[in-house]
Write a protein that binds this ligand. Structure first.
Ligand SMILES: [Zn+2]
Length: 170
């Protein structure tokens, strides 16, 4: 076990040897992630376990924890999103081994070059980010926008309620 992460890792050889790696990665060191963030401050705690399961599949299991700051698309104010991700990748070297991979694994291709840990972490975080980030509760949104929003849909009367009212008036 080590308390730092190497920049690159030979996935197949490391899975054959069996290893657990822990470390922290600065958000600023993940350039593909940065366009999605409203702040580059902060870091992620990353834990990786590589090994071979009983049927011989080499795997990379991991967790990513931390916080990222996004921009709420409703009020354009910062929005803190807590990340607590778990992933399970099957390490493959070609299309045939990708096709044979058990469905519990997402494939990760081991190319000729050692894999970049930053790339793997970036892909997992990007998958977890919402397409359109917004405060979960619109009362958290910036005041100006909140005051000019239409009422919540559940506060509006459905068409059947309106119809019933009309019938009563007749
Ligand atoms: Zn908002």
């Amino acid at each position: 076990m080590t308390d730092h992460l190497p920049e690159r890792l030979d996935l197949l050889a490391t899975a054959d040897a069996g290893r657990v790696l822990h470390g922290r990665m600065k958000l600023a060191s993940l350039p593909r992630l940065l366009p999605a963030l409203s702040s580059t401050d902060g870091e992620l705690a990353v834990s990786l376990q590589l090994g071979k399961d009983p049927d011989g599949t080499r795997y990379l299991r991991g967790t990513i924890q931390g916080e990222v700051r996004l921009e709420c698309q409703r009020c354009l104010e910062p929005l803190v999103m807590a990340l607590d991700l778990g992933f399970c990748l099957g390490i493959v070297r070609d299309q045939a081994s990708m096709d044979a991979l058990h469905e519990r694994y997402e494939p990760v291709l081991a190319g000729a070059e050692p894999a970049s840990i930053a790339d793997i972490v970036t892909d997992e975080v990007l998958l977890a980010l919402p397409l359109v980030p917004a405060h979960a509760d619109r009362r958290e949104c910036h005041e100006f926008v909140r005051d000019y929003l239409p009422p919540e849909p559940e506060e509006r009367k459905g068409p059947f309620a309106v119809l019933a009212e009309l019938k009563q008036k007749q």
